[in-house]
Ligand binder design. Sequence first.
Ligand code: AMP
Length: 114
Amino acid sequence: MTLFEKIIAREIPADIVYEDDLAIAFRDIHPQAPVHLLIIPRKPIPRVGAATEDDAPLLGHLLLVAGKIAREQGFDGTDQGFRVVINHGRHGGETVPHLHVHLLSGRDLAWPPG
Ligand code: AMP
């Protein structure tokens, strides 16, 4: 069982800010911005490149949840805004093998990323 599956099962504590039938979102334990949330599917897909056609609605749902949280927390305006990031594998910076969407906001974020 991965770390994030344990968070879903409430075996490990997390600051959960959103949940529904398909996904949960919680605060990253090492925030890289004033707002740093992780949105994960309940289904244990290891990483985005391991998703299949059947997962298309679920992948879309994760992005819709990002937008919903941004609206609810009031940083969806274009004068504020946010970034979503998905890391896949070593070059991408993946450290937890359970698909997760980083939702970052609250400061100007550099581009290109490091
Ligand atoms: P990634 O490097 O893209 O795989 O992202 C994994 C993220 O999970 C990192 O940003 C970590 O800070 C975060 N993380 C690791 N353990 C926990 C935890 N117990 N609760 C919340 N976030 C965590």
